[in-house]
Design a binder for this molecule. Structure first.
Ligand code: URA
Length: 241
């Protein structure tokens, strides 16, 4: 009989999910139906980070299961990825903010250890952040998503690709969707090990984790200087987020 082994990261992820299911670290626990910890392949090369659960997600305990999630699945399918097989999906906060308001600073702080563990354990090659919230938090920048997107950033010896939240594409101009397609093209190119310089991914430069977008200036107004964050991260001087 062949033993089926579970990767250690996946086992630990299960332990953290169980811990989170009983979490009362912040006021969001008071109004939730379910903790929405995350879903997908615990050893995926791509991890997607959204903002926080909405109504449907709260009801089902799963991330991106409403209209935004349907669009996200379609965009992933266009680059031959599926949430079950090749992607791990999580949010910045694991409980629904009432009325879908923005998560507050203290709620984000309380929830950070879970996201930090997820990023460390899944250890993806590429992190795709959806929308302003997740993108600004992980890149430690005040620059908005409109200016951040369209590039891959070196981030903790991996690549971070910020893009719009699918909800913005659902209510916005057709251009938002086109921009998201471009950004997912960057993801596809990095996962395929393409340099991007001569391919359709355009600005996802470099040929391995930590090498993306070398030479590309940090967005104006950004608090992060890519070379610095990369070097500091390697030396363990910075918190992951
Ligand atoms: N929006 C998010 O940011 N996350 C979800 O899980 C659903 C909608």
């Amino acid at each position: 009989m062949t033993a089926v082994s579970t990767p250690p990261g996946a086992t630990r992820l299960g332990v953290v999910a169980t811990e989170a299911a009983a979490c009362t670290r912040c006021r969001l626990s008071e109004g939730r139906t379910n903790v929405v910890f995350g879903m997908g392949n615990a050893t995926a090369d791509l991890m997607i980070v959204g903002e926080g659960p909405g109504k449907r997600e709260d009801e089902l305990g799963l991330p991106f299961v409403g209209r935004s999630g349907k669009l996200l699945d379609e965009l992933l399918a266009e680059i031959n990825l599926s949430r079950e097989a090749n992607v791990y999906i999580a949010n910045v906060v694991k409980c629904r903010p009432p009325g879908n308001r923005d998560p507050r600073e203290d709620e984000i702080e309380s929830c950070k250890p879970y996201l930090r563990e997820q990023l460390t354990l899944v250890d993806p090659k590429v992190v795709l952040t959806l929308g302003n919230f997740a993108s600004k938090l992980l890149l430690r920048t005040t620059t908005g998503i409109t200016r951040l997107r369209g590039h891959a950033y070196p981030w903790w010896n991996r690549h971070l690709v910020p893009t719009f939240h699918p909800a913005a594409a659902l209510r916005g101009r057709a251009q938002v969707l086109e921009d998201m397609r471009y950004d997912l093209g960057l993801v596809r190119a990095i996962l395929a090990g393409e340099s991007g310089e001569s391919g359709e991914a355009g600005e996802a430069q470099g040929d391995g984790p930590g090498e993306a977008a070398k030479g590309e200036a940090a967005p104006e107004g950004s608090e992060l200087v890519e070379a610095d964050i990369d070097a500091a991260a390697r030396q363990g001087q910075l918190d992951l987020l």
